[in-house]
Design a binder for this molecule. Structure first.
Ligand SMILES: Nc1ncnc2c1ncn2[C@@H]1O[C@H](COP(=O)(O)OP(=O)(O)OP(=O)(O)O)[C@@H](O)[C@H]1O
Length: 485
């Protein structure tokens, strides 16, 4: 970069040798003039005047643009109404705005400020809207399952998603904003650096014109650098409420009775699924890929509606350990867990995290964790919610066998203590043989279900033995019936 600037100054210097300073002053004269200007108090008054107008224009566009962008990201009808208006704002040339604003407000303070506002307002609306639309739907589902308050969802999920867009908007508009204000002052201002520039131009003080321009470029670059330094993290507020323990929720292990459950998307996926999940049991759903296992969990957690059938839910609080970790990237481990139960007692929080061996990671962010650690945080979040039932969708997939074994053992210790019911979907014979008390097998299209089969867990089997057990389960459940599919 320094090399590039050096070459530019050299070319500038050589070119200036061929022209009168009134046409092209050399770099040293420009620097000298800038130095003299900066020694003058009125230069800084002009500078802060321009800065104030830029910041006011910016604040105004944030105050108006962010809510409009937010509403347009959430509501499609509002988006189709507001988008053409924004396009109109964007399409008109900047001098037209200056002419209109000068007619309305005359020459002075307001013209440059409104020019700054109008130039960046459409970019803010469009980028915030895009940020809201790009919010990870999986995080929103997580918030729904854990009953996270709407205001917290807006603050901790939507705002976090919009933030990178706000930063890129700031990067785009920081230069534009500054330039727009100066143009506004140049054409319709009575103070500020743009106005000073226009006076220097009229008086043919070319060295001053160059000096002001150099200064404006430097300030633009400093703005951009400062924006790049903005770092975004969100923190839950410190709670001083009564700490909640599991007893407050009067949690008892859940049971569920499902009768003739049907689900169709475009075609029927699940046909007449009936079963009973008993209190405290770990109920496994295994079966063909695409047979609707995750769909059943999503129906039970109210993420999607059923097509028909009845589900008797005898539970108060349901937690869902999703296949992906669904951790909020801009919140640390502690807040990712506490967001589902912000009044959790410190004692339970510490004990749960220590059992899951993640207590020393509470200040880390998701990107700083290994895959195994993320799974542990995902489990801790579910447990801290104090559920009476936990749905688990291939919770330990992608972990190596040693880590999987360790996490399952830690999880079983907590299950033993809290006695919640579990519905687990898994393809993994190893984790099924360690966790499941009973199993159903889904097969075919649309899928039909085997009878529920119970069998004894055996934690200490080796991998080979587990695979054999899995085949045995399959055969025991389906026998020859499976061969038909
Ligand atoms: N929202 C949806 N819209 C349309 N089709 C869907 C939707 N969700 C799931 N499906 C379809 O329903 C079927 C069952 O999907 P589901 O994810 O429940 O299967 P699964 O048994 O969990 O599969 P896998 O073992 O591969 O994870 C698939 O064919 C899938 O494409």
């Amino acid at each position: 970069m320094i090399f590039g600037i050096g070459i530019f100054i050299l070319i500038w210097y050589i070119a200036s040798l061929f022209y009168n300073p009134i046409i092209l002053p050399d770099p040293f004269l420009t620097l000298h003039t800038l130095f003299n200007l900066m020694m003058n108090q009125s230069f800084w008054i002009q500078f802060f005047d321009t800065l104030l107008k830029s910041l006011l224009g910016f604040t105004l566009s944030i105050l108006i643009g962010v809510p409009i962008g937010f509403a347009s990201g959430i509501n499609k009808k509002f988006k189709s109404f507001i988008r053409p208006i924004i396009m109109l704002f964007q399409g008109a040339p900047i001098v037209s705005y200056i002419a209109i604003i000068m007619l309305w407000f005359g020459i002075g303070f307001y013209t440059p400020m409104f020019v700054a506002f109008i130039v960046i307002f459409p970019t803010i609306v469009l980028n915030v809207s895009q940020g809201i639309e790009s919010t990870d739907k999986k995080l929103l589902e997580m918030a729904k399952v854990y009953n996270i308050k709407k205001s917290d969802t807006i603050k901790f999920i939507y705002l976090g998603s919009v933030f990178p867009f706000i930063i890129s908007t700031l990067k785009i508009v920081s230069g534009t904003l500054w330039k727009a204000t100066v143009v506004g002052e140049f054409l319709g201002g009575s103070r500020g650096l743009g106005y000073a520039l226009s006076i220097s131009k009229i008086s043919l003080n070319t060295d001053e014109v160059f000096a002001y321009t150099l200064f404006l470029i430097i300030v633009g670059i400093i703005f951009e650098r400062l924006i790049l330094k903005i770092n975004f993290k969100l923190k839950l507020p410190e709670k001083k409420c009564i700490e909640k323990t599991r007893e407050i929720y009067k949690i008892t292990p859940a049971s569920i009775k499902i009768q003739n459950l049907k689900k169709s998307f475009n075609t029927e996926i699940i046909s007449n699924f009936s079963t009973l999940i008993d209190q405290s049991e770990t109920f496994a759903i295994i079966g063909d890929s695409g047979s609707g296992k995750t769909t059943i969990l999503n129906i039970l957690s109210n993420l999607i509606p059923k097509t028909s059938g009845t589900i008797e839910k005898n539970f108060k609080r349901l937690a869902y350990i999703f296949q992906e970790d669904r951790l909020i990237p801009w919140m640390n481990v502690e807040d990712n867990i506490k967001i589902v139960n912000q009044n959790i007692s410190k004692e339970v929080f510490v004990e749960t995290l220590k059992t899951l061996k993640i207590y020393d990671k509470i200040k880390s962010f998701p990107h700083e964790l290994s895959g195994g650690m993320k799974k542990r945080v995902n489990i801790a979040r579910a447990l801290i919610y104090f559920p009476d039932i936990i749905l688990m969708d291939e919770p330990f997939s992608s972990l190596d066998i040693k880590i999987k074994h360790e996490i399952i053992l830690d999880f079983l210790k907590l299950k033993e203590k809290y006695k919640f019911s579990i519905i687990i979907v898994s393809h993994d014979p190893y984790e099924l043989s360690m966790l499941a008390d009973s199993t159903v097998f889904l097969y075919g299209t649309p899928s039909i279900s085997s009878e529920k089969t119970t069998y004894k867990k055996a934690i200490n089997r080796n991998k080979k033995e587990n695979e054999l057990i899995y085949l045995e389960i399959k055969n025991k459940i389906l026998g020859e019936e499976y061969e038909k599919y």
